[in-house]
Design a protein around this ligand. Structure first.
Ligand code: ACO
Length: 321
């Protein structure tokens, strides 16, 4: 048994911040942001759009798309690094909001690779026959963790949520490869406020996401093609058999570099970073939902999902639509 994706959904906050707005907040400009990242705008959650709200809205859309009721869901996994509350977990909040009374719920934290890791976790439960139907969500309100005075990071991030419904099926096909490199953890960090107080470090920018952009960039453009090749080798599939590569949307230049290194056409790499920026764990499921709703996938298509992020961690999964 393998989990087959039977529905997708997403939620994008209403408020839009164009690059122009950021140029009034920090020393940057639209041209620089577009050229270096491909980002034109991002959506920023308002007061009535906490992480749990966005996650639940994406979940409802995914259930609707799958044509199943919330009561049929056995497992809810939310990948997030920006929950509104530490306790209860966001997945339990989603359960309450959608009425998935039978589900077991928990959150998973692995930054931008979070959705991929949550998908793998759900597959393990479905594969072992423990559960039949799983709801996997990536939801982020990164605007809460962004230092809006740091032009090196604040131009990159946005808020949103994406979800997929998986159902155990004898026809499913799923292969995954993941890696973590904890020794590179310091290049992308977000230190908790409590810890800072405990250690008597003055409240500073460490409260927010900090990164060595160049190091993350180098990591992504070398490790993503590497892990995709490893995945294809393990699965026995050839690049020609892959319909689409759905990559974490961190930087347009990263996606283009991965395509080039694989010798693939950009047509196989749909992108939406220009509209949303980097939404961390939400980026892959939002992209998947958009493509699904456009009718881009046909039954039997092989899709590669791949991402990298804080940890550092990275991975890729191959599934049959
Ligand atoms: N606007 C204008 N100028 C800027 C800005 C800005 N927002 N930011 C930096 N600059 C300047 C720099 O000061 C530098 O100026 P200098 O040449 O006078 O010193 C120049 O622009 C070039 O800066 P670089 O940092 O070299 O720019 P680079 O081309 O590396 O792009 C970027 C920076 C966009 C951050 C890139 O490195 C990147 O995308 N890295 C990957 C980051 C990433 O994906 N992070 C998320 C990981 S996912 C997760 O887990 C959350």
């Amino acid at each position: 048994m393998v989990g087959k994706i039977i529905g997708t959904g997403s939620y994008i906050p209403e408020q839009v911040w164009e690059n122009e707005k950021l140029s009034q907040m920090v020393d940057t400009n639209d041209e620089w942001i577009r050229e270096r990242t491909g980002i034109a705008r991002r959506h920023i959650a308002g007061n009535r759009e906490p992480t749990v709200y966005m996650a639940a809205e994406a979940a409802k859309a995914a259930l609707d798309n799958a044509g199943i009721r919330a009561e049929e869901v056995d497992l809810i996994l939310v990948a997030t690094i920006s929950p509104g509350e530490i306790m209860p977990c966001t997945a339990c909040g989603v359960q309450e909001r959608i009425g998935a009374s039978r589900a077991t719920c928990f959150d998973l934290s692995s930054a931008c690779t979070g959705f991929l890791f949550a998908l793998n976790t759900a597959q393990a439960y479905l594969g072992m026959g423990i559960y039949r139907t799983a709801l996997v969500i990536g939801a982020e309100r990164l605007s809460n963790l962004t230092n809006w005075k740091d032009r090196g990071t604040c131009i990159l991030f946005g808020d949103g949520a994406g979800a997929a419904v998986l159902q155990a099926s004898p026809e499913g096909f799923y292969v995954q490869v993941t890696h973590s490199t904890g020794e590179k953890g310091s290049v992308l960090t977000c230190t908790s406020r409590n810890q800072e107080k405990y250690e008597d470090i003055p409240a500073a920018a460490e409260t927010y996401m900090q990164m060595d952009g160049k190091e993350v960039f180098k990591f992504a453009v070398s490790r993503e093609p590497e892990v995709i090749r490893e995945l294809l080798e393990q699965s026995g599939k050839k690049q020609e058999e892959i319909r689409y590569y759905l990559l974490h949307q961190a930087n347009e230049r990263i996606v283009k570099s991965v395509a080039k290194r694989l010798g693939e056409s950009m047509e196989k790499f749909p992108m939406n970073i220009s509209q949303y920026g980097n939404t961390s764990s939400a980026s892959i499921p939002i992209l998947m939902d958009e493509q699904n709703r456009k009718g881009a996938f046909s039954s039997g298509d092989f899709l590669v999902l791949s991402g990298f992020g804080g940890g550092l961690s990275y991975g890729a999964s191959l599934l049959r639509w």
